[in-house]
Design a protein around this ligand. Structure first.
Ligand SMILES: [Zn+2]
Length: 190
């Protein structure tokens, strides 16, 4: 099971969050650290935004893109990374949610039905509908980050790996600008 550290969560946490106060971690029994729900929602939103972007792009662009396999021989492979991401996003969600949650996920996030339509369709009050949406976001945000061996999040790492089925040769990650803020001592504003 993946351990969550402050460097995983700090940049994603909401400063206004009353549970973690911008730290992104909450501490459970025996001092075990857990990602705060605000972090899980941020991960879900990032993955969902990328999913929508890929779906839109797929409509207009060629489905095949040329990718480098990082390694000593720098082989080239014909990859379908966006397509793979779209499939993974849906597959992982279906596997992780209960059948009822998945139905709501499908209507709301994949088909774009708003709360009114969903409430009517599933016989849920507005409050219960949003409760369920939050539960879905928390569940999936966690899974997207904890999934092994290839997590969907961080997206940069997902999209820098080779396409499934191609042997993941040793591939040092390229030097890149971090999308997380480096860890530094946290101080409450005076
Ligand atoms: Zn929080």
């Amino acid at each position: 099971m993946k351990e969550w550290t402050r460097s995983d969560t700090l940049a994603l946490a909401s400063n206004r969050c009353t549970s973690c106060h911008g730290l992104g971690l909450v501490f459970g029994k025996r001092g075990k650290s857990n990602p705060c729900n605000c972090v899980l929602r941020a991960i879900f939103r990032a993955c969902y935004a990328r999913f929508r972007y890929c779906v839109e792009k797929e409509k207009y662009m060629s489905k095949v893109s040329l990718q480098f396999t990082r390694g000593t021989d720098r082989r080239l492979t014909w990859g379908r990374k966006d397509e793979e991401y779209i499939a993974d996003f849906i597959l992982v969600s279906r596997r992780s949610l209960t059948p009822t949650e998945y139905k709501v996920f499908k209507y709301h996030f994949l088909l774009g039905a708003d709360w009114k339509l969903c409430s009517r369709k599933f016989g849920l009050s507005r409050g219960n509908f949003f409760h369920m949406v939050y539960r879905i976001m928390h569940k999936l945000g966690r899974v997207f980050h904890e999934l092994e061996p290839y997590s969907l999040y961080p997206l940069r790492e997902y999209f820098s790996t080779t396409v499934r089925g191609v042997k993941p040769v040793s591939r040092p990650l390229p030097p890149q600008t971090p999308d997380r803020v480096p860890v530094r001592p946290w101080r409450r504003a005076a």
